[in-house]
Design a protein around this ligand. Sequence first.
Ligand code: ZN
Length: 88
Amino acid sequence: MYGYRCEFCDGIVQSTPVKSEAFKHREGTVSLEDLVIGVCERCGRRYYSAAVLHKAHEAAVDLSRHKGRIKLGEGPLEFQKRIRNEWP
Ligand SMILES: [Zn+2]
């Protein structure tokens, strides 16, 4: 799903497994765990597939619905809310 050319340089976007990745959302920042994202081999720019973005959106919606009462590691989506000053 990755492997295409970076939009910002001549590098190739490589599939890269990550332990956790934070996504900024208007409800806060959502972290998804154990994902495969795309990272440019040259400039390090991160890319997300539609499936990953969809998952992040669902997690954020869920998060706002539960008003932060979700426990870590609960449900099919493992996520937590993190307050971050900058992104990424
Ligand atoms: Zn690049």
